[in-house]
Design a protein around this ligand. Structure first.
Ligand SMILES: Nc1ncnc2c1ncn2[C@@H]1O[C@H](COP(=O)(O)OP(=O)(O)O)[C@@H](O)[C@H]1O
Ligand SMILES: Cc1ncsc1CCOP(=O)(O)O
Ligand SMILES: [Mg+2]
Length: 274
């Protein structure tokens, strides 16, 4: 039987999705080439307004207008890093929420240092898979195979707490259970289906969705983050009912996210305190 706290989380998740739909927050995405399409479509289907603008020449004009910034280092190259740093600096200075996806953080020294430098610019939320969060917490190379995790999310709970405490960010570790912590509290979202790991960029897309949820309520980043992860998971579960494999799940997930109603969210979201 569900307790009052679980019920509150279900209602909260629906409130966040409804706010994204009614406010349609503008999300600046500086993200990797692999994920651009799925990320933009995920944001659109949730009701947000994505803009993949990454030139350092336009961030001074554009970043002040956005509701949140999303930075993802997936296909990092030398010339993109200054653009990411400039946008992050602007967002921090303007008190706008910004969210980091540290793709493959432990795969190379360049990537690890880039992620740690970005974290020094005070992201509101960091969302990675277990291997990425462990690499960042240990600040050690080499510790990640590539973009896919070689750890379970439960292996990274202590690393997530430690990274949240050292960075001041809310930290989310995705996996079979998505854990979210501010360094003090921890909650777990038990939504989603394993097949979501077989679609490239679902992690990138859910981090962008976190940015949209946080944009509607920047002072409750932990609640918004857990809600975004659970809602994306519910969309995955519903999409899986008619999907035949990863390719059709990708389509059905986007359709389900767009069509989620109050009953589906209230009955589907599974968030509990750990
Ligand atoms: N075993 C699983 N069961 C259910 N959902 C999962 C599972 N693994 C990943 N997911 C979901 O897939 C999405 C991407 O997570 P993940 O694969 O961990 O990120 P990344 O793509 O960055 O490695 C998240 O929404 C997560 O909740
Ligand atoms: C395959 C790949 N290579 C560089 S970025 C990228 C996409 C990673 O997406 P995700 O972290 O969501 O699986
Ligand atoms: Mg990833």
């Amino acid at each position: 039987m569900e307790d009052g706290e679980e019920r509150e989380w279900r209602a909260k998740a629906w409130t966040y999705l409804s706010s994204v739909r009614s406010l349609s927050p503008l999300i600046q995405c500086i993200t990797n080439f692999v994920s651009m399409d799925l990320t933009a479509n995920t944001l659109l289907s949730a009701g947000a307004s994505p803009a993949m603008l990454h030139s350092p020449n336009e961030s001074p004009d554009f970043t002040p207008k956005v509701n949140a910034l999303y930075i993802n280092v997936g296909t990092l190259s030398d010339n993109w890093l200054p653009a990411m740093e400039l946008a992050a600096q602007l967002a921090s200075k303007l008190n706008k929420p910004w969210v980091l996806d540290p793709v493959a953080a432990g795969a190379s020294r360049f990537r690890l240092k880039a992620c740690l430098d970005l974290i020094s610019l005070k992201p509101t939320v960091i969302r990675g898979n277990a291997s990425e969060i462990i690499a960042l917490a240990k600040a050690s190379f080499p510790s990640t195979k590539g973009v896919d995790s070689s750890h379970d999310s439960t292996d990274a709970v202590e690393a997530a707490k430690s990274l949240a405490n050292s960075s001041g960010a809310v930290v989310a570790v995705s996996g079979a259970v998505d854990f979210v912590t501010d360094g003090n509290r921890i909650v777990g979202a038990r939504n989603g289906v394993p097949m979501m790991q077989k679609i490239t960029a679902t992690g990138c897309a859910v981090t962008a969705l976190i940015a949209a949820f946080v944009a509607t309520d920047p002072s409750h980043a932990m609640e918004a983050t857990a809600s975004a992860l659970a809602v994306f998971g519910v969309a995955g579960e519903l999409g899986m009912e008619t999907a035949r494999g990863p390719a059709s799940l990708r389509t059905h997930l986007i359709d389900s996210l767009h069509g989620l109603d109050q009953t589906a969210v209230i009955s589907g979201v599974k968030i509990t305190a750990i």
